[in-house]
Design a protein around this ligand. Structure first.
Ligand SMILES: Nc1nc2c(ncn2[C@@H]2O[C@H](COP(=O)(O)OP(=O)(O)OP(=O)(O)O)[C@@H](O)[C@H]2O)c(=O)[nH]1
Ligand SMILES: [Mg+2]
Length: 283
């Protein structure tokens, strides 16, 4: 079975269309994409031929041209973290904060999920463990106000990176999309119109469902990049293909556990190599 972290072993030169179909399905690639791949090959395929097809799904126009996040060099650098309920946003904020801290950056957290009573304390508890200050407000407060206060605190305390949490779900009366647009506008205002990153967190075990949700978030706010969580909970990495090929957004990190260090930088060439190794493995 295709696993992100396993070494696959001996490789075949070519494989038949039938075996290719089997392996693509096994690795959790959406059938629509499987069909697209199968349509572009003959009865057999080589690794090189398949690599070209996958590259056209996963990269920009050329092999050397990866999807990458746009450069923003304003200070404080703000990350607004969005995604559905339970995707792993708060944990991702802790992991990202930890990485930035290890790069000797001063970091602050903003507990912008005021919808769930325990959400603020969950993020601020991470802040305590990581020695990162955390701005929070009371349950039910306006999340935009928390974002505003966090950015202002970052400015006042000369902090490099501010990471703001959001709720994945809101009261029916409040439209999540409108709320996210409001927080986003507030961040921009607090930054005197400077740009900031909007990062979408997706649960990697959710497959197609996650993509549908991602599409909605991306329509509401133009997302800059994606973090895929819980890849330790699935041996299959095929859902990443759908996410990249459909959304055309860079994947920044992959979550591989619940701890602060269970986070790896995503490398598309490494991913592609592992996927091809699996598809062409002899066993
Ligand atoms: N195995 C594993 N678990 C993860 C990973 N990332 C997050 N989790 C767990 O998934 C659960 C939900 O994570 P949270 O970070 O609370 O998710 P959230 O998106 O903030 O959830 P809400 O605040 O309810 O919207 C927690 O139990 C996390 O420990 C990961 O990469 N691997
Ligand atoms: Mg949360």
């Amino acid at each position: 079975m295709f696993s992100f972290f396993k070494n696959i072993g001996r490789q075949s030169e070519t494989i038949t269309k039938d075996l290719l179909e089997e392996r693509l399905i096994e690795s959790d690639i959406e059938y629509e994409i499987v069909e697209k791949i199968l349509d572009s090959i003959g009865n057999k395929t080589t690794r090189n031929e398949l690599e070209v097809i996958l590259i056209s799904l996963l990269k920009k126009e050329s092999f050397y041209d990866n999807l990458s996040i746009r450069e923003i060099d304003s200070r404080p650098l703000v990350y607004l973290i969005i995604g559905v309920n339970g995707a792993g946003k708060t944990t991702t904020i802790a992991k990202l904060g930890n990485i930035k801290k290890n790069e000797n950056k001063k970091v602050i957290f903003g507990a912008g999920d005021t919808f769930r009573a325990a959400a603020s304390s969950q993020l601020c508890a991470w802040g305590e463990r990581l020695d990162i200050p955390c701005i929070s407000s009371k349950f039910g407060a306006d999340p935009s106000a928390v974002a505003f206060d966090t950015i202002n605190a970052a400015k006042a305390r000369n902090i490099d990176v501010a990471i703001v949490d959001t709720a994945g779900r809101l009261d029916n009366k409040i439209n999540l999309k409108n709320e996210l647009i409001k927080i986003s506008n507030t961040c921009k205002k607090a930054l005197n119109n400077n740009d900031f990153y909007k990062i979408l967190v997706i649960d990697g075990t959710q497959g197609t469902q996650a993509i549908n949700q991602a599409r909605i978030f991306n329509e509401a706010l133009n997302i800059d990049g994606i973090v895929i969580t819980k890849m330790d909970g699935t041996s299959k990495g095929g859902s990443l293909i759908s996410i990249i090929s459909e959304l055309r957004l860079p994947i920044l990190y992959v979550g591989i556990g619940e701890g602060k260090d269970d986070f790896i930088k995503f490398d598309i060439d490494w991913y592609l190599k592992n996927l091809l190794d699996y598809i062409f493995s002899k066993n």
